[in-house]
Design a protein around this ligand. Structure first.
Ligand code: SF4
Ligand code: SF4
Length: 247
């Protein structure tokens, strides 16, 4: 797929997700355009909180920061429209135990599949985009899920009738991480962890604020989650349970 095809596929998917979201939630038109990448004036506001360097979308002309709040239990759209559930090796151990498997191999055989996808999501030091190809073991979101379902929004089988996660305390790291994504960079021979929001049109919790202080509690709450998740991904890569290629 060419970069242009990739971009237009991504925009189409976000448009569909936003249409779906708009049935139940009011989406600020500026926030909508930010999801769709239609605002060329968006800058990264860089702020370091504990071990995480956050890249918060910021509109300098109006001094607006993008803020996120979770509307659960009124909303559980992220579990209703899950694209994939990649697992770290820690997730594999925790979830296989939770689901009663005697060992990791039995769990991997019955409950997971391997998939590869492109993630044009990381940003390098000089703000140029890196296309990352990831290959990871994924938890099946429906019993008979296979690689053809990779990336398709599916309602997760662990979502119960009340909008709660049946395996909440053992849910995959990627579920704890949402709506952030993270990446690590080597800076002066040290690992530095970065994070930003996933703007896929699936979460109604984004809004604008002129006050950075409004965002700080979330950034503080998520810094340990993001750091641990990113380190777990790095361990998973070292153990050979995942692969990452960058271009
Ligand atoms: S979609 Fe967003 S607001 Fe809704 S439950 Fe998920 S994180 Fe919370
Ligand atoms: S595992 Fe739980 S938190 Fe994750 S998508 Fe499924 S229901 Fe949602």
């Amino acid at each position: 797929m060419t970069p242009v095809d990739r971009e237009s596929k991504k925009v189409n998917e976000i448009l569909i997700a936003l249409e779906n979201l708009s049935k139940n939630w009011k989406i600020d038109p500026v926030v909508r355009d930010m999801h769709l990448g239609l605002r060329s004036d968006v800058k990264d506001y860089i702020i370091k909180v504990n071990q995480i360097t956050y890249h918060i979308p910021y509109l300098p002309e109006t001094s607006d920061f993008l803020k996120w709040d979770c509307f659960w239990p009124e909303c559980h759209n992220c579990c209703d429209r899950q694209g994939r559930l990649p697992l770290t090796s820690k997730d594999v151990s925790v979830i296989s135990k939770k689901l009663g498997y005697p060992n990791r191999s039995e769990f991997l055989k019955s409950e997971t599949y391997v998939s590869t996808w492109e993630s044009p999501s990381s940003t390098s030091k000089n703000d140029s985009q890196i296309i990352t190809t990831l290959t990871m073991v994924n938890l099946k979101r429906k019993k008979n899920e296979s690689e053809i379902d990779n990336g398709k929004p599916i309602s997760c089988r662990f979502l119960d009738g009340c909008g709660s996660c049946e395996i909440n305390s053992s849910k995959p790291g990627v579920c704890w991480l949402y709506p952030f994504f993270s990446w690590s960079q080597n800076e002066n021979n040290r690992v530095s962890v970065h994070a930003s929001y996933q703007l896929t049109g699936d979460c109604p919790g984004f809004s604008l604020t002129k006050n950075l202080e409004d965002i700080m509690p979330t950034l503080l709450n998520y810094s340990a989650i993001i750091y641990n998740y990113t380190m777990n991904v790095n361990t998973t890569l070292r153990e050979g349970l995942a692969r990452i290629d960058m271009a």
